[in-house]
Design a protein around this ligand. Structure first.
Ligand code: HEC
Length: 199
């Protein structure tokens, strides 16, 4: 008998506290998610800005920022080299010079790597000092005269243009493309190294 009364008390307590609490936690208002743990610290609900609303994060207060200089849309190959037509190839090379910017800052380590890569991929034709007197040319194994890399003609080219030459080869096709052998990072290291050869 005593046991039964205790059980009733327990049920009444349950009805008094637990059931209203459960009901309170059901929220029909879809615009208000109710209370949440740590929500007040912006951990779940980040601030957002509309494209044209002012923005306190950027120094120019504009939300809709332009892509960084030299950015290329994902999956885009900006300069497919047109086959055959020398005029179009030349235009692509010039365009690379204007648009593809060197993303690296040469330091001692990357210049040393650039020198090593130059020795592997370029010096056989262009020579150890870049003067266009590499072994393949002087021994007459390779007939075309490699361009001197130390003189103004090449040194005045923009980095992006040399990047294009390494990737796709020279406009005339006498120097072949090296894009499949040399990674983009390595190409920039070689270019930074070539700059140190300037006369
Ligand atoms: C097999 C020989 C050979 C190799 C290897 C070679 N080049 Fe060349 N390179 C040439 C020749 C030949 C020319 C001149 C081609 C022409 O005038 O069309 C040339 C031209 C160039 C030019 C001038 C392009 C222009 O617009 O006039 C640059 C820059 C250049 N090479 C850089 C390099 C770099 C950097 C490497 C190494 C990654 C390299 N070359 C590897 C033979 C070579």
């Amino acid at each position: 008998m005593k046991l039964k009364i205790d059980a009733m008390k327990y049920l009444r307590l349950l009805a008094l506290f637990v059931i209203p609490l459960l009901l309170l936690s059901c929220n029909k208002d879809k615009n208000n998610p109710g209370y949440d743990y740590m929500g007040y610290q912006d951990m779940y609900y980040t601030k957002f800005y509309k494209a044209y609303s002012p923005n306190s994060v950027f120094s120019d207060s504009i939300t809709n920022q332009l892509p960084a200089d030299g950015a290329i849309a994902r999956g885009t190959m900006p300069f497919p080299l047109p086959a055959g037509n020398i005029g179009e190839r030349a235009a692509s090379q010039m365009q690379s010079g204007a648009v593809i910017l060197n993303p690296t800052t040469p330091d001692e380590e990357s210049l040393a790597k650039g020198k090593e890569l130059y020795g592997v991929f370029c010096s056989s034709c262009h020579g150890a000092q870049g003067k266009g007197d590499g072994h393949l040319y002087t021994s007459k194994l390779f007939p075309a005269k490699p361009t001197s890399l130390v003189e103004a003609y090449v040194q005045n080219k923009k980095d992006g243009e040399i990047y294009f030459v390494i990737t796709k080869g020279s406009i005339s096709g006498l120097m072949g493309p090296h894009g499949s052998q040399i990674t983009p990072d390595e190409r920039w290291m070689i270019i930074n190294y070539i700059r140190t050869l300037a006369q």
